[in-house]
Design a protein around this ligand. Structure first.
Ligand SMILES: [Zn+2]
Length: 138
């Protein structure tokens, strides 16, 4: 009984989260934003991170990108997908230096050996994805 309640609560949370994601995607596609996203090789991510497989699958990243793509097309808004091989985390968004020495393991910060800029990995990658998206559009 207790376990059933717990499962039911978990399912309701997942459904609530899915609705929230869906509303957000519709809202995002209606805004006057340029949306650039990195294409994700979900299958490879699942193979490389078996301990995160459930979280990656639950997040439905592939589905988010697919829906954003068609919703933006529907609203006549730009949506740029950057190639999964684009080195968004390794390139310094300030000087363009590519830090190949940066290991594939997750790091929160790194310092550019060329210009000395200190980068938050996610923020740096986001800026690089935006820059690449703008470059592809021009
Ligand atoms: Zn740099």
């Amino acid at each position: 009984m207790r376990q059933e309640k717990r499962q039911s609560s978990t399912i309701r949370k997942r459904i609530r989260r899915l609705y929230r994601q869906m509303r957000f995607k519709f809202w995002l596609a209606e805004q006057d934003y340029l949306i650039c996203a990195e294409s994700l090789n979900i299958r490879k991510m699942l193979q490389q991170n078996p301990y995160l497989a459930r979280q990656i699958s639950d997040a439905g990243w592939g589905e988010i990108l697919r829906q954003l793509s068609y919703k933006c097309a529907w609203q006549h808004k730009p949506f740029v997908q950057i190639d999964a091989l684009f080195p968004s985390t390794q390139v310094c968004n300030v000087c363009g230096y590519r830090n190949k020495a940066l290991s594939k393991r997750f790091r929160e910060h790194w310092e550019c050996p060329c210009c000395g800029a200190i980068h938050d990995v996610d923020l740096n990658a986001a800026k690089n994805i935006l820059n690449e998206g703008l470059r592809l559009l021009s």
